[in-house]
Design a protein around this ligand. Structure first.
Ligand code: AMP
Ligand code: MG
Length: 410
């Protein structure tokens, strides 16, 4: 056994494989307007019925003409035969003439070039064109963005703001999407009270509920918030039964460790089963995965930073796959470590960190401070996780894998 083996702890990648293999995507769909589609998952491929742009158009305010009408050397004077603002259908260009044209206006048949007005001299009647133009100059060709009958977005794609624009650009006003995943969240712990009230001795504010609600919302899911559940078997069973009856997936916080007050895991074992327990992840070791009466169950640890990490790293891809999404894996980037972790990691550690640019313009990872599983402020300051890989070490100046929060919270 090497220094880093932790008997019974599932490495993160292996656990993710097991989880993703068991994830069953929902199939129910609904139609939403493109305007309302942000973050939704496409239920069908989307095909364009038009070219974008639909016709050759001008990229400049200027003059449009045919290069065969240019003098071989020096400038050329051509009479102006029409004026083409955007939105107007032009008539074919009379041979031997030029036309005034504006950005976005259709290029008339018979013309092949636009010259920007800054390079011309003109009156109402004629224009002096500069020498040397090439056919196609300053013309955006028909279909340069999208060709008619091509697939512009595939089933399983999560709609981003630019996708909304792209769908609109081909005239699509509504799309079929999977209905929103319903995720039940509940926070266990007798010590918890909600913010907005005064703390009594022994109490702490429930923060996990808000972290989880935020993460679920950011991923586009509907949450069924079952609030705080007391640390006893009956209350836990009642809450889990309710969650299983109403949600597609259950995400809990706390109560999955080995203490006498940890009732969640024992209760899930009674109502369904646990397939996976304890990951080689830091923070977040006691994570449990299974089902409650057939409804998938993810039992996250109680510590606030562990909740944030395990939700982003483990729950997110599982839930996104269940939602029907295909683009579920974050894209790690390699940047330079600005810190040392000389001891081989016994669990893969997701260090709350910040990507900063140093004086040489190099992207570096800096730790944001205390990495205890109970400390949430360092996650708030950070913009990503620097990954201390299982069994590996990190040295200042060496490459480290970095996961941007912007990639994990969408
Ligand atoms: P547990 O896994 O239930 O033993 O919880 C581990 C630690 O996380 C304990 O210190 C709990 O008080 C704390 N904790 C559990 N749930 C929450 C919560 N919802 N908000 C803030 N802290 C919590
Ligand atoms: Mg607890």
């Amino acid at each position: 056994m090497s220094c880093c083996d932790q008997p019974g702890l599932q490495p993160v990648e292996q656990a993710l494989e097991i989880l993703l293999r068991s994830a069953k995507a929902i199939t129910e769909t609904e139609i939403v307007s493109v305007e309302q589609a942000l973050g939704r998952v496409l239920a069908e491929d989307q095909r364009s019925t038009v070219d974008v742009p639909p016709a050759d158009n001008s990229a400049m305010d200027g003059f449009v003409f045919n290069t065969t009408d240019l003098e071989p050397d020096g400038s050329t004077t051509l009479p102006l035969s029409q004026r083409i603002p955007a939105g107007l259908a032009p008539t074919p260009l009379q041979p031997g003439t030029a036309a005034r044209i504006f950005t976005g206006a259709e290029v008339p048949a018979g013309a092949d070039t636009v010259v920007m007005q800054e390079n011309c001299e003109w009156t109402d009647e004629e224009v002096v064109l500069p020498p040397s133009s090439t056919p196609g100059d300053n013309i955006r060709p028909q279909g340069q963005d999208i060709q008619s009958d091509s697939i512009i977005m595939s089933r399983g794609h999560r709609v981003k703001p630019q996708d909304m624009g792209l769908l609109a650009s081909v005239g699509i006003a509504e799309i079929p999407v999977y209905r929103k995943l319903k995720v039940a969240i509940l926070s266990t712990g007798d010590e918890l009270i909600e913010p907005g009230t005064t703390l009594q001795p022994g109490q702490i504010y429930n923060s996990n509920r808000y972290t989880l609600a935020g993460q679920m919302n950011a991923l586009g899911f509907d949450t069924i918030d079952l609030g705080i559940v007391a640390d006893n078997f009956e209350a836990t069973e009642q809450a889990l039964r309710k969650a299983a009856a109403t949600a597609d997936c259950i995400v809990t916080s706390g109560g999955v460790s080995v203490g006498e007050e940890d009732h969640v895991k024992v209760c899930v074992e009674k109502l369904g089963g646990i397939d996976l327990w304890k990951l080689a992840i830091k923070p977040g070791k006691p994570l449990a995965f299974g089902n409650v009466l057939g409804t998938p169950f993810l039992g996250l640890p109680g510590n606030p930073a562990a909740v944030f990490v395990t939700c982003a790293i483990v729950a997110r891809p599982y839930l996104l796959k269940t939602q029907g999404a295909t683009d579920i894996a974050p894209t790690p980037i390699q940047i330079t470590a600005n810190f040392d972790r000389p001891k081989p990691a016994k669990r893969q550690e997701y260090l709350r960190a910040k990507l900063v640019i140093n004086e040489n313009g190099e992207a570096c990872a800096e730790l944001t401070g205390n990495q205890s599983s109970g400390v949430l402020s360092t996650a708030s300051i950070g913009n990503g996780f620097a990954v201390h890989p299982l069994g590996g070490t990190i040295q200042t100046g060496e490459p480290v894998q970095f996961l941007l929060f912007s990639d994990l919270l969408f």
